[in-house]
Design a protein around this ligand. Structure first.
Ligand code: ADP
Ligand code: MG
Length: 356
């Protein structure tokens, strides 16, 4: 609490601080809801620098992305749309450093209700549409230059190479437990490389890169999607990665570390609802090449996540936060089961996508 209050001294708030509450939600940064004596609300976030080591580059991107979104909102009279509003420090900076720890503050988005898992088709559709709107708006007109905050973010073949390296040098006990899922991932290497080469040939666009429903701003009363939170991973990349990762998170199991693998499958209803929402906004800009790799992304993204979780498990859990030592192994198994099921459904997925 005293740490947070000392950080807030770096900002010009209009009235004294009344309460500071830790927020549930995201799994990367630590977020706190700040309420002033006059009832004004803010969100303070402690930025996770093991995920984002270069905060100035990260926040330069967030400044540019929010500026661009605000410009598009005005140009297109999107009155309902919400755009994150950065609070600048007394020195006019978008972040603040205290003893090597980095913080930032946003206005709290009023009347927003967090959704951690989308259980109904309408919410899934709205999630797809919110990210479709984001990708469409960010790629219209003059595009901002953005920093690469995480290199090779969706380079799946490279993620598999990293797994091979970690697998070779891991302690025997962990290696044994990882063996089955590692062998499954390695067996998919060539197919993944094929998908990656086609994806890489697609236009380089500004994409969100974290297309989960808890990053969508939903209106508390109407349930409508009003915009997106979490602009940390917005970078140049491929639109199919936003599509595939969105499907992975919303049409896969509710828990990323589901242990009952017999219950892990790709929910086709959720897939269709997300895809309908996403494509309703992006269809006019998506090229034939991009359309052609959408199906492959539904298989590649869970496999990529599986490789990343397994690498972290073999490395001793240094990247993803874990509640128990085997959690990254469970996550890897779950995402591999999802990839396996998604691959089985590819003919059906391709057929359906052709009708869109
Ligand atoms: N400006 C804001 N106003 C209201 N709620 C917010 C705001 N920023 C974040 N949140 C809530 O906090 C959660 C975590 O924030 P997010 O930026 O997504 O962090 P993480 O990187 O940890 O996922 C979001 O899912 C959202 O529910
Ligand atoms: Mg988030």
């Amino acid at each position: 609490m005293s740490e947070i209050l000392s950080v807030l001294e770096g900002y010009e708030f209009f009235s004294p601080i009344d309460t500071v509450e830790k927020m549930a939600g995201g799994n990367v940064n630590a977020s706190y809801k700040i309420t002033s004596a006059e009832g004004d609300r803010y969100v303070l976030q402690k930025i996770n620098t093991s995920v984002f080591p270069c905060v100035p580059a990260l926040m330069e991107n967030v400044e540019k992305v929010t500026e661009k979104l605000r410009k598009m909102k005005e140009e297109k009279s999107l009155d309902k749309m919400r755009v994150l509003n950065i609070k600048f420090t007394k020195e006019g900076r978008s972040f603040l450093e205290r003893g090597g720890v980095f913080y930032r503050v946003y206005d709290f988005v009023k009347n927003s209700a967090p959704v951690s898992s989308a259980d109904d088709a309408l919410t899934v559709y709205r999630t797809g549409k919110a990210f479709g709107i984001f990708d469409a708006l960010m790629n219209e007109g003059e595009l901002p230059a953005l920093n690469v905050v995480i290199k090779d973010f969706h380079n799946t073949p490279l993620r598999i190479e990293n797994l091979e390296r970690s697998y070779k040098k891991a302690p025997e006990s962990r290696k044994n437990r990882a063996k089955r899922v590692a062998e499954y991932i390695f067996s998919k290497s060539d197919e993944i490389r094929g998908i990656y080469l086609k994806t890489e040939a697609c236009p380089n666009r500004i994409v969100h890169n974290d297309t989960k429903c808890n990053n969508v701003i939903f209106d508390r009363e109407s349930g409508e999607a009003l915009g997106v939170f979490d602009l940390d991973t917005v970078m140049y990349g491929r639109i199919s990665d936003d599509f595939g990762d969105g499907v992975r998170s919303i049409a896969g199991p509710a828990r990323e570390d589901e242990k009952d693998l017999s219950s892990v499958f790709l929910n086709m209803e959720n897939f269709k609802a997300f895809a309908e929402g996403f494509l309703s906004e992006t269809a006019p800009v998506v090229t034939d090449g991009e359309r052609g790799v959408l199906a492959g992304s539904v298989f590649a993204l869970p496999l990529e996540l599986s490789a990343r979780f397994l690498t972290d498990y073999l490395d001793g859990n240094t990247y993803f936060r874990v509640d128990y030592p085997e959690q990254n192994l469970d996550r890897a198994k779950c995402q591999a089961a999802l990839a396996r099921d998604a691959q089985k459904r590819l003919p059906e997925i391709k057929k359906w996508l052709k009708t869109q």
